[in-house]
Design a protein around this ligand. Structure first.
Ligand SMILES: [Zn+2]
Length: 130
């Protein structure tokens, strides 16, 4: 029984690692930032060094990765196109290669429609680059 459990856990870990390493470098960067919460969303930037005036998204909730991926009304359209069926945060961040590519694709689409990461941070801080 224990052997079966260990095999199952190792199999899951292998799948997560394989999926991550199947992504290209820019996709990996997006995914790691989303997973760790160490990103340029206002909730993190506000907590870290107050370069923005509020942790809030323009929709009113704290702008975290979970908020952007699951609930932000500003990105409902891109979310519906990317994930026609309900998808969990776990699947979006730790799923198979297809799931992870959908997540990075969603972030790209969301950035085009309503800048949420780098651009708001750059504008808020007055910097033109890092
Ligand atoms: Zn929002």
């Amino acid at each position: 029984m224990l052997k079966l459990f260990v095999f199952h856990v190792l199999s899951l870990v292998e799948r997560v690692i394989f999926a991550y390493h199947s992504l290209n470098q820019p996709e990996q960067v997006i995914l790691v930032r989303l997973r760790l919460g160490h990103n340029r969303l206002t909730a993190h930037i506000y907590t870290k060094n107050r370069l923005v005036q509020s942790p809030k998204c323009p929709c009113g909730e704290d702008q975290t990765a979970e908020h952007v991926l699951l609930r932000c009304k500003r990105h409902d359209q891109e979310r519906a196109v990317t994930w026609p069926q309900e998808t969990t945060l776990q699947q979006k961040l730790y799923g198979d290669v297809k799931d992870l590519r959908q997540t990075t694709s969603f972030i790209g689409a969301a950035l085009k429609c309503a800048p949420i990461m780098e651009w708001e941070f750059i504008l808020a801080s007055g910097r033109s680059s890092f």
